[in-house]
Structure formats: C-alpha cells, structure tokens
Design a binder for this molecule. Sequence first.
Ligand code: 4AD
Ligand code: MG
Length: 477
Amino acid sequence: MIVHQSIKEILSSEKLNIPVKVRGWVKTFRNDRFIALNDGSTLQHLQLVIDPEKYSEDFLKKISTGAAIEAEGELVESLGKGQKVEVQVEKLKILGEADPETYPVQPKRHTLEFLREIAHLRPRTNLFGAIMRVRSDLAFAIHEYFHQNDFFYIHTPIITAIDAEGAGQMFQVTTLDLKNPPLTEEGEIDYKKDFFGRKANLTVSGQLEAETYAMALGKVYTFGPTFRAENSNTTRHLAEFWMVEPEVAFLDLDGNMDLAEDFVKYIIGYVMKSRAGELEFLEKRLLQEEKSLPANKRSDMPLREKLQFILENQFVRISYTEAIEILKQSKPYKKKKFQFPVEWGVDLQSEHERYLVEKHFKSPVIIYDYPADIKAFYMRLNPDGKTVRAMDVLFPGIGEIIGGSQREERLDVLLEKMKKLGIDEKDLWWYVDLRKYGTAVHSGFGLGFERMVQFVTGMSNIRDVIPFPRTPKHADF
Ligand code: 4AD
Ligand code: MG
C-alpha cells in the first residue's frame, strides 16, 4: 500500500519514478490537464498531470479551485517550466467539490479586507498559508529558546481577579443574570453570589502569577492569550492577543535588556532559516503592496534585509530623559509636526517612537527609566524617586513590541506605591507575600506575539497575522 505523503515530503524526495499518493486542494486547473495541488505543508504546489481522455466532461468540471482531491501516480521529472517534478496521475478521486459559482477564494488577487470577511477560508490562500506557517515556527522558536536556556513554561490563569496593569481595560467574566443581578443592601451588584464569589476578569497579563513561580523556579515564562478591552481600532491592537512573558529571579534591568535582545534575535534568526521560502514570498508581496504608496511611506529595506539588520546590529539603549531631549531637538518638533506634546512626564506616542527608531537611530531602540507616573505599580523605583526601571523595546514600523521592567522587590516601597494608587493590599496579599518571604531582585518583560509576527511577515495590519482576530465589534468565527 502506498501511504499518503505530504507535498513537502514529495518535493524534497531524492528519488524519481516512484509511486506517490497525495491529497490536497486544487489551486488551479489548466488545459484540462495540469492541476496545481496544495496541501498546506509548504508554499509550493505540486503539479499533477492527468490524461483528459480518461475522464468524462462532468468529472473534469469537478476539478475546480478549492476542491479536495486524492491522486495516485508516478513521480517523474517535469519537462515544463516552473517545477522540477510532477505526478503522472493514474488514479484521481474527487473528495470534496467546491462549486466555482460560490467558492469565494478564486485564483486572483483578493483584498485583505475581503479576506478578513472569509477568515475561515483565507488560510487557503498562498499568503495566509505563508503567514501562519511563519507564525507557527515563531511560536516553536520561542519555546525552543526558553527550553535551551533552562526556563520553565508556566501556565498562568486566563481567569483572574487581579488587574496586573491597572489600566482598567478588562473583560468581565460572570454567570450572573444580567437582567436581574443579585444586589447588596446598598444596591450594588452582589459579586459574592457570582460564580467565583467575587468579581473576575479575563487576564491582561500573566506577569504577576509568573513572578510567583520565578521566585521558586528561577527562570520561567508564560505564553498564552491575553485580553484587553481597549476600544482602539488601530493596526497594532487586538482585544485578544498572545503574549510571551519571561520572568527571572536575580536579574536586574540591564540583564533584562540583554535577555530581550538575545531572545528576539534568536527567534527572528530561527524563522529566517526555517521559513526562507515563505519570507521570500512575503518580501515580494510587500514590495508589490508598497508600489502604490508614495516613496516616503515605503520601507527602507526589503523584508529579509530588515530582518538581517536586526540580527546584526546592537539595539540602541537610551533613557526616557535622553529620548525627550532628542525629540526636543528634532526637526518635526521644531516645525510643530508632532501631533502630541513632547515634555518630560508625558507618555511617548507612536509618532515619537517611530521618529526615534526610523529617523533618528534607524535601529531598534530600548528606552528605559520612564517616569513612575506613567507606568504600572510593580516597577522598581529609581533612587531619583521619580523614574522607574521600566523598558520598552521599539521596532521599526511597529513601535512598542516589548514592555518590561525590573520589579519592585522592596516591601515598604511596594506597599507605599500601592497605597498611593489605591490598590488594596488585601487583593494582592499573595503578591505582597513574595516581598515578605525571600524577596530578591527580579525582572521580566512581555512580547506582543502578533506584533512580532507582523514585523517578521511585513503585514501592516495585526488582524492579518492571527487566525481569527478579535477587535471592537468583531468576534465572528
Ligand atoms: O506593555 P504591556 O502592557 O506589558 C505588560 O502587560 C507587562 N505585564 C509585561 C511584562 O512585563 N511581563 O504589554 C506587553 C506587550 C506590548 O509591548 C505589546 O507588544 C503587546 O504586549 N500588546 C498588544 N498587542 C496586541 N494588541 C494589544 N491590545 C496589545 N497590548 C499590548
Ligand atoms: Mg507597554
């Protein structure tokens, strides 16, 4: 019996004139003779050659784009251009038809907007196949990096009662009857009667729970879905996205920056090797897409060159205070071209980050020591009393791709900060306990996984690098 083989295996086969059996979906069918078949295992299609004399007209009609078929035959050298080998088909079965009248993924250019509306079928396109194979390999590279460096993978909870970032952008989880919720004597909703006996949410970050494990296992990471109910309709935000969060005991901010840089270089280097074909394809697509843009909106470098550039260059590291100085000396600032204010104490906006990365340094930049007032409660206070040991890694075309910090390990300083921000110590008693028992310097960061996939694939909209994007008013599929 001939076992079913993947097209990837067949195309990398050293042997010719061997029997093969393949299954996949028809990409195109030309001259009643040539079928381009794809099974998802690789970007490449396998050419099947059939003898039309052997089949009825009715049968040939069923070999249409999108149909699932099974073919058996001999793998031979191809005389045609464009492929080295092809299959001389002896047996052909239609497994599942795809009515050409209604099947929406025809072999022509579809807009990304249209493909989002058929997110269940867009993986059948060459583009989405390529993106998702890159995404899968990036995820694998992440696990491999941490595994090789003796980190433990910790599964932090999705449902939580805490607000790690304190930004109030959480989705609530409840089983209460929304039409008729139980009330307290004061007329407030009585969450004691809710499923968890308290108010619960979907997590915005696994960091605080990861910290507890770092303070026992030393080096840990979590990699899972996170949720933010921010009503921002940008090309960089999702309501459900995946975050990679390492957390390391006895590591300070400098070590944290080293880790972040080493980590992103590793995973980018990994997919440059493992998905060279896909990246070449994505690079061509990007060049094509950018042709219609004015010259100043196009990328400086082709995709793969940009990735190589990341691998070969050290990230620039500057403090927030230095960043503000540079921005104040900049042309767009002097010509009042920035929309948002540049002033010590205000958060950097995307336009500022992009100026620093794309215009001033032309390199990834790590900005550290931000004003305490614009960052989360858990970041370590500097001796100046007004900045914290935060770091953001900024990438060209993306902006912030990583956010992290050295954590406040001093009990008294942490408690004072929480008090100032109105965070009840009782809600975070276990987090505070870490500072009571065996506290130590520790640090970590969060990488927005989709933003990394965007960077590597050159896709401009984050909705196109996750299988089923969740954004305001969109949760189909
Ligand atoms: O900077 P953020 O909010 O940091 C944290 O959540 C920390 N607790 C991480 C840590 O130190 N363990 O988020 C981290 C990264 C951002 O830099 C960004 O890349 C990504 O997560 N991110 C989003 N990605 C897509 N959609 C959104 N709505 C995102 N919000 C943040
Ligand atoms: Mg951030």
